[in-house]
Design a protein around this ligand. Structure first.
Ligand code: TRP
Length: 375
């Protein structure tokens, strides 16, 4: 299948589209390129190398080496990630959460998980506050179903748990000028002032554990790279507040089931949501864009191209744990031994089973929701 002309890459905290060029992003954002020693050091603590580390899902970071140094010196370390509860959770959102769970186990770290029901209200999503708050509690079930440790995980709602957060956010806000906010986020005069305040809330969580425990605890944020502007701003002021700069490890975006682009809730037919009935998800997979030829005969003759195939991407990012079998899949695709229909049907089954299991965990999470919320 011929590749359409490249779409321009846009990566901001609010808009991610086009063909990703991670090399260019690393340069644009001024972040550090991943080096092979970092996955090794993480794996050493974990006892195994996570699929996402083996597959290069984390291409860049800021100061992860420092965060690991601190841990290796015997210091307690912490983790922070979050979710903007604009609707239902899909696999793309969960990609860094699965990895965060692995880091929590490996480093015995507390996780602060921010539900930004304020953000999704003040930004132009057309959602009421009632909706974003309710989404936050609903999305927390997905977080819990990822297997985080109840004792060490603190989910919180920006609006409902504000008494724990407001003072820290004020300390952040006081040290960030409007001109910095404009330069970092591109705010316009017509934007509402809720949007301009919000970055103080996202930054604040970097210091939440330290504040609560009365110690400077190194914070690592696993998240997709589009959130980086927030951390750039936070790192500039951290030391003025008496804290270390937070470290980041940046995940690539999970592709959608269409041609190019990341998985996006605004294109539900190309995204797999945790609440999708397995048959619905299976249908989406059977209709996905592949790297295959238009006919079976051509596929047998010429083979397919896994590098542009959304189905292959799912095996690669999430669903083929075994590296040997992944190579086999790739070879069988390129040689034409494997045809797209069979490859899709196999993935549809795997994802169907995943969803049945995940939905069960999600149901069970309802009974323990309280245990996970910040107290
Ligand atoms: N702004 C993020 C979003 O729109 C939500 C978020 C808040 C977040 N804190 C975070 C994401 C920390 C990653 C890490 O989804």
């Amino acid at each position: 299948m011929s590749k359409e002309k490249k779409e321009e890459m846009v990566v901001t905290p609010w808009d991610v589209s086009g063909d990703m060029d991670y090399d260019r992003l690393i340069e644009q954002f001024g972040v550090q390129r991943m080096t092979p020693d970092i996955p090794e050091r993480i794996a050493k603590q974990a006892g195994f190398k996570h699929l996402q580390l083996r597959r290069g899902i984390y291409l860049s970071h800021r100061d992860v080496d420092w965060w690991l140094d601190e841990y290796e010196k015997g210091k307690k370390v912490g983790l922070y990630t979050g979710r903007g509860p604009s609707g239902n959770v899909h696999l793309g959102h969960m990609l860094p959460w699965f990895f965060t769970k692995y880091l929590q186990d490996a480093f015995d770290a507390d996780l602060y998980f921010q539900m930004t029901d304020d953000e999704k209200f003040v930004f132009p999503y057309n959602l009421t506050l009632e909706q974003t708050v309710a989404n936050g509690y609903d999305n927390a079930l997905d977080v819990i179903a990822c297997g985080f440790d109840a004792e060490k995980t603190h989910i919180f709602s920006d609006t409902e748990d504000i008494s724990h957060l407001y003072k820290i956010a004020l300390n952040v806000a006081k040290r960030v000028t409007y001109s910095t906010a404009k330069a970092v986020f591109g705010f316009k005069d017509s934007d509402n002032i809720g949007m301009i305040w919000y970055p103080a809330m996202q930054a604040m969580t970097c210091f939440l554990q330290s504040e609560r425990e009365g110690a400077n605890i190194p914070c690592l944020i696993p998240a997709a790279i589009d959130q980086d502007p927030y951390w750039r701003m936070t790192r500039d002021i951290a030391e003025k507040l008496g804290y270390s700069k937070p470290a980041q490890i940046h995940a690539k975006f999970l592709p959608g089931l269409g041609q190019g682009g990341k998985m996006s809730a605004s294109q539900p037919e190309t995204a797999i949501f945790t609440k999708d009935p397995p048959e619905v998800a299976e249908n989406k997979i059977m209709g996905a864009f592949t790297g295959g030829q238009p006919t079976v005969r051509e596929q047998r003759e010429k083979g397919g191209d896994p590098t542009i195939c959304s189905i292959y991407a799912y095996y690669y990012f999430l669903f083929e744990e075994d590296d040997g079998r992944l190579v086999e899949l790739e070879n069988d695709c390129r040689s034409g031994a494997l045809i797209c229909g069979d490859c899709k049907a196999r993935l549809a089954k795997v994802i169907g089973r995943f969803l049945v299991d995940f939905q069960e965990k999600r149901e069970k999470a309802k009974d323990v929701l309280d245990d996970y919320f910040l107290k």
